[in-house]
Design a protein around this ligand. Structure first.
Ligand SMILES: [Zn+2]
Length: 64
């Protein structure tokens, strides 16, 4: 039971860290979503055009 509880907390922390990372670019610009429908999937920097993809939330289903 204790193991399950710790794993849930870890997942929550990782999710927050990913969201924070995608908000800003290393150039100092801001990462903005490419698609309003999938704000957490593809983002690009409005300053240097760097793109960031979070494959974990991709709406595209790849064949196994
Ligand atoms: Zn940038």
């Amino acid at each position: 039971m204790e193991m399950e509880y710790q794993m849930k907390i870890k997942e929550s922390e990782e999710q927050q860290a990913t969201e924070n990372y995608n908000e800003s670019c290393s150039c100092g610009g801001i990462m903005v979503p490419m698609y309003d429908e999938y704000p957490t999937w593809l983002k690009f920097c409005s300053t240097c055009d760097t793109r960031s993809e979070n494959t974990d939330v991709s709406p595209i289903l790849e064949p196994v």
